[in-house]
Design a protein around this ligand. Structure first.
Ligand SMILES: Cc1cc2nc3c(=O)[nH]c(=O)nc-3n(C[C@H](O)[C@H](O)[C@H](O)COP(=O)(O)O)c2cc1C
Length: 216
């Protein structure tokens, strides 16, 4: 059983990465083989509209033909049993790197037939872990969910299942006193980090553990 996690945050040790690590720990606790890929270590672009993945009788039909650092990652996704993607929210959506990755992941598997077909023959459990500065109320008020639910929709169409975990009001800096950021109350942030973030970590652990047991 192989579970791959993909980190769409530039930070390798902060909120998103920590939650992804927890999901891997959960999967490993059930005996799964795990791997974490950091997108910011890789050189790649989003979809370049070459349409090789849509070419009639093309050798890359249903696959991304672009050769760059994402090529081995996309290949790996054809062989794994579960996939967890993580991203911070930047300006109401996933980071640019995660977005570019999603274009390359979704487009080849999403056919232009009528009706559209999912061209990945294997069905696996997938999850998204989002971390963000706002509270749950503000996420709803600003309508982030509407957009993020489209990611879940495409994941579900292609991979057969998808779930989303949200971590709100995250701890952004190690030392709030060093930054011009009086919008945030450092004590409240620290309290939340201590009391709520561990619950999010537990949810991430559970996600990994469930996926490794073949349960959605
Ligand atoms: C460039 C940038 C833009 C951000 N935009 C938003 C936003 O629109 N909404 C939000 O809730 N948080 C926003 N944040 C906060 C991050 O989403 C939040 O701190 C996240 O947990 C960071 O993830 P990390 O610790 O894995 O880097 C932004 C942070 C940065 C650096």
């Amino acid at each position: 059983m192989k579970l791959l996690a993909i980190n769409g945050s530039p930070r390798k040790k902060w909120n998103t990465a920590m939650l992804l690590e927890k999901s891997l720990e959960g999967a490993a606790s059930q005996g799964a083989e795990t791997e974490l890929v950091h997108l910011y270590d890789l050189n790649y672009k989003g979809c370049i509209s070459c349409f090789a993945c849509k070419l009639k009788d093309g050798k890359s039909y249903g696959k991304c033909a672009v050769q760059d650092d994402l090529t081995p990652v996309l290949k790996k996704i054809e062989e794994i049993d579960a996939l967890i993607l993580g991203s911070p929210i930047y300006f109401t959506t996933v980071t640019g790197e995660m977005r570019s990755f999603l274009e390359r992941l979704f487009f080849p598997y999403h056919s232009y037939t009528d009706p559209p077909l999912a061209l990945l023959p294997r069905k696996i459990h997938t999850g998204f872990i989002y971390t963000m500065g706002v509270t749950e109320e503000l996420m709803v008020k600003f309508g982030y969910e509407k957009h993020l639910s489209r990611n879940a929709m495409f994941m579900q169409r292609i991979f057969g299942s998808s779930e989303s975990l949200f971590s709100f009001d995250t701890y952004q800096f190690e030392d709030y006193s060093k930054f011009v950021a009086d919008r945030f109350d450092p004590e409240e942030k620290a309290k939340r980090r201590k009391e709520i973030f561990p619950l999010d970590c537990q949810k991430a652990f559970d996600m990994g553990s469930r996926f490794a047991r073949g349960k959605g």
